[in-house]
Design a protein around this ligand. Sequence first.
Ligand SMILES: [Mg+2]
Length: 386
Amino acid sequence: MALEIMHVDMDAFFAAVEQLDNPALVGQPVIVGGINLDNRGVVSTASYEARQYGVHSAMPITEAKRLCPHGIYLPGRGSRYQEISTQIFSILLSYTPCLEKISIDEAFLDLSGCHRLFGDSIEIGHQIKMVIQQKLGLIASIGLSINKFLAKLASDLDKPDGFMVIKEEEINQVLEPLPIGKLWGVGRKTEEILNDLGINTIGKLKKLNQDELVAIFGKMGLQLYQLARGLDERSVEPEYAAKSISHEETFAVSVSNKNEIMACLMEMSAKVARRLRQKDLRGSTVFIKIRYDDFTTLTRRITLGSSTNSTDTIYQTGKRLLEKEPLLTRPVRLLGIGIGNFSKGAQTQLSLFSNKLKEYDLNKAIDRIKDRYGERGIIRARNLER
Ligand SMILES: [Mg+2]
């Protein structure tokens, strides 16, 4: 598996912005704090100088003041942080649209589509770190690995000013000595239960097999089992996918027959297009998702010159994406297609092209039959074999 997943996280973001805007604060213990729901002040961000005194985020301000009485306490300037955040994300988006925003200063990027333009993942990581520093004067920590869990762990382990890569062959060596609290989803309670069993590191956790973990923690046990081995199947979910309509299908048995895959693609394209038409939407970014036997998951996307809600256009675009690299070289476990980048209403321009108008009428007619007779009321010939 390749190093395609990057986690970018700004160091002590709010405090760093305050230090950027007021150089007198550089090197000082800066503590940015807000008021939480109980009307009690809590620390949002502490500069690394303040962290040396034990101050950390989510700590009550009163406690921070006890630990670091000479700290510089600031109320925070949300709109300024938002402004800088927008600049950070526009830098990140200039590398790939496949970006999942986690918070105001943190994101996952899937780099699998951008090597031809920007080089390998490590080069891209260095570029992004440098550009953020040069353009904004702020430091980002970067983690690179084969999945989200490991990428986030990497950026976290090397903070501040971090740049860490976890390669597939390094997973055990990196994970095993770490405290179990480093695993996603392990809170204080899980940690206590594990500690009672004499388990305090990820390495020791690996002595429990899957059944034992499930017996203790239920479904969470399975997640612990996988994360302890560096396994994480979650893909980077970009915003355009969140604001999109898509359909995916997991096959009971992995499929290699191309006709079968294309028939499935057509069926899913029809469902996606129909939902678009029901909502009176048209989209212009078509994307596909494919997962292979070894759980490698790829997404590819393309933005069309004009927006569409046509089954055939969506299908043809998906087919093109599958055939371009080509992606259908191994058995497929999961296939998905979707569309985003919406605009509302029918495109009047369509009427200029009589064949497209005909297709539009055809789609509408199919929708009417399906509305009346159900999903199986009419089926494209291509899908009959399914
Ligand atoms: Mg941060």
